[in-house]
Design a protein around this ligand. Sequence first.
Ligand SMILES: CC(C)(COP(=O)(O)OP(=O)(O)OC[C@H]1O[C@@H](n2cnc3c(N)ncnc32)[C@H](O)[C@@H]1OP(=O)(O)O)[C@@H](O)C(=O)NCCC(=O)NCCS
Length: 166
Amino acid sequence: MNFDSSLLQPGCRILEGGPELVDQAFHDLNRDMDPDLVHVFLDKLQRYAAKPDRALFLARHRDRYIAFASIIDHSPPPENVSESDSDILKKRACITGLMVLPEFRNKRVATALIHTMENWAMKNNRDGIWLITRQMADWYQRCFQYRMHATLFTKGVQKSLLTKPF
Ligand SMILES: CC(C)(COP(=O)(O)OP(=O)(O)OC[C@H]1O[C@@H](n2cnc3c(N)ncnc32)[C@H](O)[C@@H]1OP(=O)(O)O)[C@@H](O)C(=O)NCCC(=O)NCCS
């Protein structure tokens, strides 16, 4: 589960984001976002950096932020999952965001962030992780051993619920 940070390119490191980092992280990371959703992203960074039941992880390359990931101890399970599935998800942490700036992709930054979040969840005594993704289900399964748990339809959009037990 440990990630060898020497596999990242020189000058790149992963850190946990506290409130003092949010302004710069927001500045560096919001540039490709839908302008109507930028305030949602800022609000998310602020909440994940400040609240004790969740974490914001940032990747930094030299003097700027190039990626973020967010995870929460307990997230309400989706409404349309069965009671038994819901019981499983309640014991697992939930990844709620992951994005690497395009020019830094394919350099193992997301891999480092996912390993960091998995370690965080273990330290918090969660017994696994879950997440919902629209397009990256194959990637999580192939590269990180997540399992397809269910297919969800929200407002006509198909999404995959993936889980990984520890
Ligand atoms: C998906 C994303 C997070 C990957 O970040 P990244 O830092 O490029 O990923 P890594 O370099 O750690 O890649 C790990 C592996 O996945 C592969 N990979 C990377 N992006 C991929 C993609 N879009 N499709 C398929 N494989 C991909 C890499 O080649 C690498 O494979 P390897 O270990 O065999 O060499 C990034 O492309 C991104 O931010 N996309 C937009 C937002 C998004 O989709 N977030 C996830 C939503 S849940």
